[in-house]
Every structure is written in C-alpha cells, then in structure tokens.
Design a protein around this ligand. Structure first.
Ligand SMILES: Nc1nc2c(ncn2[C@@H]2O[C@H](COP(=O)(O)OP(=O)(O)OP(=O)(O)O)[C@@H](O)[C@H]2O)c(=O)[nH]1
Ligand code: SF4
Ligand SMILES: [Mg+2]
Length: 433
C-alpha cells in the first residue's frame, strides 16, 4: 500500500483540561496504548502523535495534547506546545469530563472557530455524569457536534467516528477519482453500456457520464460499446485497453469476453470506491456467504426513482441473491433519504452506487450500518459476488483484492457451500429479467 505523507493526513487534535481522558480517548480510537494514561492530572506533557488509517476516512494523524489548564512556568510551556498543535489541526476534539463546562472550554471552541476548524465536543466520563441540561442543544445550535463517550471502556466510539466523518473537510473526504487513476494518460478504457429496454431513452446514465468525463479530465480516452460488440471491439485494438468497465448487469458476459490479463470491473464498483469505502463493501459482499433462506435484506437506492435501478434493485439483485442462497429472502427496498431505524433487523444491506450523492453521505450510511452491526455491500459488488467473479471484478483495486483474499483465507467455511453444491448453480445465470 502507498504510504500517505503526513500532510495528506487529516490532523485530528485532541484538546481539553488535564485528566479529562484525552489520552484514554486516543488509545481507544487507535486500539493501542500509545499515550500514557493515569489518574494524575498533567500526565501528558508533550504532544503524542499517532498516524493511522481511520476507516472510512483514510489516513489520519491523531495528536494527543497536554491538558491546557496548566499553571506555572512548566505549565506555560505546555500551553504553548498545545497551542502549536491547534495551528495544524484539521478537526479538533474538545474532551470534557462529566459535563465540566466553563469559560475555559468556550475559549478552546473560540480558538478552533477562529481558525475555521470544525470542532467536536466529546463529553467523556459520561458514566460519571452527562452534560449540563441544555448544553448539548446549545452547542448543536452553534453547529458544534457533540458525542458522549466512556473512553476507558471504549463506549460511544461509533458515534465519535460518525461525527469525525461529518466534520472532516471535503478535501479529505472526497479524495478518490472515479476512474482516471486506473487509466494512465494516453491509455484507453472500454466502457460497456447495454442498451436494452430498461436503458433511458436517448441518453446515458450518470455513472457512465461521470466515468467518461473523468477519463477525459485525466487525458485518457475511451470507446463505448454495447455488450454484444465488446469482443469484436477488443479484437480490433492493436494493444489491450488499460481497463474494461461494464454495467454490472452484463458482468458475466463481459468477464467472458474480456481476455485474462485485461483488468475489468463495473461502473457500480467504481462508484463503491469513489463514494464509499471499498474495503468495507468487500466485507459486506462476503457476508452474502452467511445469508440463509428467510433472512432479511435491505436494498437501498439513493435517488427516488430510476427505471433501471428500480428493476435491478427490486427484481434482479433479489433474484441473484435468492439463487445464491438457495431459498426465499425477505427483501425490502428504500429510496432517497429514507433509511430505516431498525437496521439491526437486517442481515445485509445492498446499496446502489449513489451517483447522486457525495462521499460524506455514503460514508455516513456505512457508519450507521456498522453501528447497527449489519454488513453493507453495493450493487456491483453483490452482483460480482453472486456470479462468482468477485476476484476478477476487484483486480483493478489491489488493496480491496488483498482484503478479500485475506478474509477468505481467514474463513475456513468460505467456499464450502459452493463445493457441496448448495449454491452457485442457477446463481451463475445472467440477466434474468
Ligand atoms: N470513569 C471514567 N474514567 C475515565 C474515563 N476516561 C478516562 N478515565 C480515567 O481518567 C483518568 C485520566 O485519563 P487520561 O486519559 O490520562 O486523561 P488525560 O486527559 O490524557 O490527562 P492529562 O494527560 O493529564 O491531561 C485515568 O484514570 C483514566 O482511567 C471515562 O470515560 N470514565
Ligand atoms: S443514485 Fe443510485 S439509484 Fe439513483 S441513479 Fe444513481 S446509482 Fe442509480
Ligand atoms: Mg494525557
């Protein structure tokens, strides 16, 4: 994996009075003992830095600081060092113990606000007491996010991660391109766009348009074909394309017609990476292996209506899943901003590519799923998995492929159902409308 230089990392500064649990919070966030914790106020004397991959944001740098309510000469030095951290913070966590709130906390918020740095107030030690009545509401009105944690017991961290995703500046959240990093300048991508009765009249759909535009922006180029012409188009080329991208519904035919060695994926998987977190979707798709007849599956579409996606979400994906599982599934469909509160009652969420949304919205949804303990996959990932071409579809994304292979190796039952012939027969048929 390429290492992100420090400046590309989202710097998350952890501030607050002494002994509020800042170091405990850092240790719980990174699940390691990187900063010394003790009941003695003033334990952390110098900023402690910890770089890590914080899914789903990506590379971050946590900076635990010395409590800045210190007094005396030594205290002043700590205050100065902590203040320097404020200057390089992209998101500030203000840790407050058991509702302690006074001019001191208001002062830190002001400092963050003056620097236009988003702040999250962490009411830690909430086992000992919550925020003063009305305080959280007042802060939220001021657009300051608030969460409650018990850092030494690891409680409240999903809420904190969700708040971090919301607070992170767009530059960090909207990082990956659609496709241009996969097709070098001057190279060719072949895009496969089935034009059948479900295709909207006279136009291409958003994911296809966005892919073409991104290729042009990246100084590469593409040819666009229907699935029937793909083989012929590839034969005419003097050198193979850098990538073949297909509508997920034509996955199996396109996988068959694209020579081994030529990377292939779908528009929907490109969107899974650009708008969401590909590694998390890999986990989600692999949860299909655990589905059993009678399980509940939520199909979520980000926009309110689209003839193709409606059909794929309501008819085709449920059918592929049922065939893979070998029995009935209870499939529910949601559209737009509706997302049920009872997520935990589902065994799987399958999300559309969310081409109309920004990455932050998709990541927030993924976090809600994680919070509820329900795996989330997306359309293309689900289709590739049920059709048995998951590795192939992940080839352009070495990190995701690696995650898949590692998880597969760790799960001894993986593939057993296939070998026993319990699944996979009818599930490998394509485009059953
Ligand atoms: N009850 C309770 N105790 C906590 C919680 N979080 C941390 N503590 C305890 O509070 C004490 C101080 O924790 P630290 O993480 O060292 O606090 P700090 O803010 O880093 O302190 P300084 O480095 O001195 O500024 C330790 O004894 C922790 O075990 C919590 O959520 N609840
Ligand atoms: S938002 Fe989702 S359902 Fe709507 S067009 Fe985009 S991918 Fe399809
Ligand atoms: Mg500390």
């Amino acid at each position: 994996m390429r290492r992100a230089p420090k400046s590309f990392r989202l710097h998350i500064g952890i501030f607050g009075r002494r002994n509020t649990g800042k170091s405990s919070l850092l240790n719980a966030l990174v699940r390691q003992q990187v900063s010394i914790v003790s009941e003695v106020a003033g334990t952390t004397t110098d900023p402690v830095e910890k770089p890590m991959e914080l899914l789903p944001i990506g590379p971050v740098l946590f900076i635990d600081t010395a409590g800045i309510d210190d007094v005396g000469a030594l205290g002043q030095m700590r205050v100065d060092k902590t203040r320097q951290v404020l200057d390089r913070t992209d998101v500030g966590l203000l840790v407050v113990a058991a509702g302690q709130w006074a001019e001191f906390e208001e002062g830190i918020l002001r400092e963050l606000r003056d620097r236009k740095v988003p702040a999250i107030v962490v009411f830690n030690k909430s086992d000992l007491g919550g925020p003063a009545p009305g305080l959280a509401e007042k802060l939220r009105e001021e657009k300051v996010a608030c969460v409650e944690t018990v850092a030494n017991r690891g409680e409240g961290f999903l809420g904190l991660r969700e708040a971090l995703v919301k607070a992170a500046p767009d530059d960090f959240i909207n990082a990956p391109s659609v496709v241009s990093d996969l097709v070098p300048p001057g190279e060719l991508a072949v895009l496969v766009v089935p034009i059948d009765k479900e295709a909207p009249k006279g136009r291409l759909i958003q994911p296809q348009v966005q892919t073409i535009r991104d290729l042009l922006d990246g100084d590469s180029y593409c040819i666009v074909v229907k699935e029937r012409e793909l083989r012929d188009a590839l034969e005419r080329l003097k050198r193979p394309p850098a990538l073949v991208v297909t509508d997920s519904q034509a996955f199996l035919k396109v996988a068959g017609d694209t020579p081994p060695g030529v990377k292939m994926t779908s528009f929907s998987i490109l969107l899974a990476r650009q708008k969401g977190d590909l590694a998390e979707f890999v986990h989600g798709a692999m949860a299909i292996e655990n589905l059993r007849p009678g399980d509940r599956v939520l199909v979520a579409e980000a926009c309110s209506h689209h003839p193709i996606t409606e059909d794929i979400g309501r008819v085709k994906i449920p059918r592929w899943l049922r065939q893979y599982v070998g029995g009935e599934l209870e499939v529910h469909v949601t559209q737009g901003r509706d997302f049920p509160d009872n997520l935990a009652s589902y065994q799987l969420v399958v999300h559309c590519g969310a081409c109309m949304w920004n990455r932050r919205e998709v990541l927030a949804r993924m976090l809600r799923c994680r919070q509820a303990g329900v795996p989330i996959s997306n359309y293309g990932m689900t289709i590739a998995y049920t059709l048995g071409i998951f590795d192939r579809a992940l080839e352009p994304f070495p990190d995701a492929l690696e995650t898949y292979r590692r998880l597969k190796a760790e799960r001894p039952t993986e593939g057993v159902r296939k070998e026993k012939g319990e699944i996979g027969g009818k599930g490998r048929r394509e485009r059953e409308v």
